[in-house]
Write a protein that binds this ligand. Structure first.
Ligand code: B12
Ligand code: SF4
Ligand code: SF4
Length: 320
């Protein structure tokens, strides 16, 4: 029944690792999210508070016609594997970038996956309307993937699929009608007694399956655009200058999923050459000489555009 909507070859071509269906409107973990905001664990991420917080309770608060959703897991496993190999090589300058940056050709995934979701929507039965959910909409996307039976919340708060791990981006089609598809039951916890992600997070940002954002390297390196106070432990990390993969790298479910990847792929040379191969002093010199506009021109449409020249300078300075 599930495969009758999309051919396996279509899903493979679009890089979909798994997909699921749910007609559940209300987020199961909204109370955890609310408490997280109350405690101030969102740190500088003000866009998660206020009206945008309230809307995350039920999808119908955002999209009143909502009846069901198709949830897709879009892979960047191949790029992750290539990147890890590169870090072991003599060409690496010791700096690291979160692997999602290299997924999808090194382009901003919001743009690339929007097109993929539109392609998937073209297979919907006639008369169905939809909205996309892809990171920026007020939807608790991991919770939606959980309701679609695709996996569980790891202790690192990542959404983990038992077969594929967590190196994927979640994207969904929110529909104005139900489909004749089976609803999978929710997965159970498969972390067991493991605490690797908690033990190895360099800034102690993980607590009770949530992240204290202001302690997280990912927040500091992506979401803080000008000078700031780095979280304690960050400068002693592994050289992360944009995003952080540490709590995923150590997860046995990712180690298992990545061990099956044999295909090679290329990494965006513009990002790789500039940030991961050039000596650190030279990167700093080049970034200081560049204008903001010049930076935007070179890294246009990549995830690095968000943080910008000054944001990256602040991160890289710590590793000179
Ligand atoms: C804000 C945000 C961030 C912030 C805050 C991170 C965070 N954990 O919240 C920062 C900047 C730190 C960040 C970092 C990253 N992010 Co981000 N981020 C988001 C965003 C926009 C909102 C997340 C959110 O609502 N947070 C609120 C908190 C409270 O929710 P939560 O952390 O998911 O916690 C849930 C669990 O704790 C759960 N829970 C806890 N216990 C239990 C028990 C049960 C039984 C249940 C059911 C639930 C449950 O309840 C909470 C609420 O749902 C989502 C996109 C979206 N619209 O959802 C992407 C998203 C979570 N990010 C994503 C990615 C890829 C990353 C990074 C890997 C990027 C990188 N390499 O640096 C890191 C990972 C850091 C980490 N370990 O979480 C992906 C994650 C995909 C996946 N497999 O899980 C998402 C889903 C984007 C996408 N569309 O794919 N991110
Ligand atoms: S992304 Fe890095 S800093 Fe943030 S919780 Fe995971 S290991 Fe810790
Ligand atoms: S490292 Fe261990 S505790 Fe952390 S998410 Fe993976 S299995 Fe769960």
């Amino acid at each position: 029944m599930k495969s009758s909507l999309f051919k396996p070859s279509t899903l493979k071509d679009l890089g979909v690792l798994d997909w699921g269906y749910t007609n559940s409107d209300e987020a199961k973990s909204y109370n955890i999210y609310e408490k997280w905001i109350e405690k101030g664990h969102h740190g500088p991420l003000a866009y998660l508070t206020g009206e945008k917080k309230d809307k995350r309770k039920k999808i119908s608060d955002y999209y009143p016609e909502f009846k069901s959703a198709l949830v897709f897991l879009f892979s960047y496993q191949k790029e992750k594997k290539m990147l890890d190999r590169f870090y072991q090589s003599s060409e690496s300058n010791g700096l690291k970038i979160g692997s999602y940056v290299f997924g999808f050709g090194g382009k901003d995934y919001h743009k690339v996956l929007r097109e993929k979701l539109e392609t998937l929507a073209s297979y919907l039965p006639e008369g169905i309307s939809y909205k996309l959910s892809l990171d920026t909409q007020p939807i608790l996307e991991r919770d939606l993937a959980y309701r679609a039976g695709l996996g569980w919340f790891g202790k690192n708060s990542m959404f983990i699929n038992k077969k594929e791990g967590s190196f994927f981006i979640i994207g969904s089609l929110l529909l104005n009608d139900t489909l004749d598809l089976p609803v999978q039951s929710e997965d159970t916890d498969h972390c067991g007694q493991c605490t690797k992600c908690i033990d190895l997070c360099p800034t102690d940002a993980i607590e009770d399956r949530i992240i204290i954002s202001q302690k997280c390297i990912s927040t500091y390196t992506i979401e803080v655009f000008k000078e700031g106070t780095p979280p304690q432990g960050y400068p002693n990390s592994g050289g992360e200058i944009f995003g952080c993969d540490i709590c995923q790298d150590v997860c046995p479910w990712n180690i298992k999923a990545l061990s099956k990847i044999n295909e090679e792929t290329t990494l965006n040379p513009q990002i790789q050459d500039f940030f991961l191969k050039t000596p650190v002093d030279e990167i700093l010199k080049k970034l200081k000489e560049m204008t903001n506009r010049g930076f935007r021109k070179v890294f246009k449409d990549t995830p690095l555009e968000r943080t910008g020249r000054l944001g990256l300078l602040k991160n890289i300075k710590l590793f000179k």
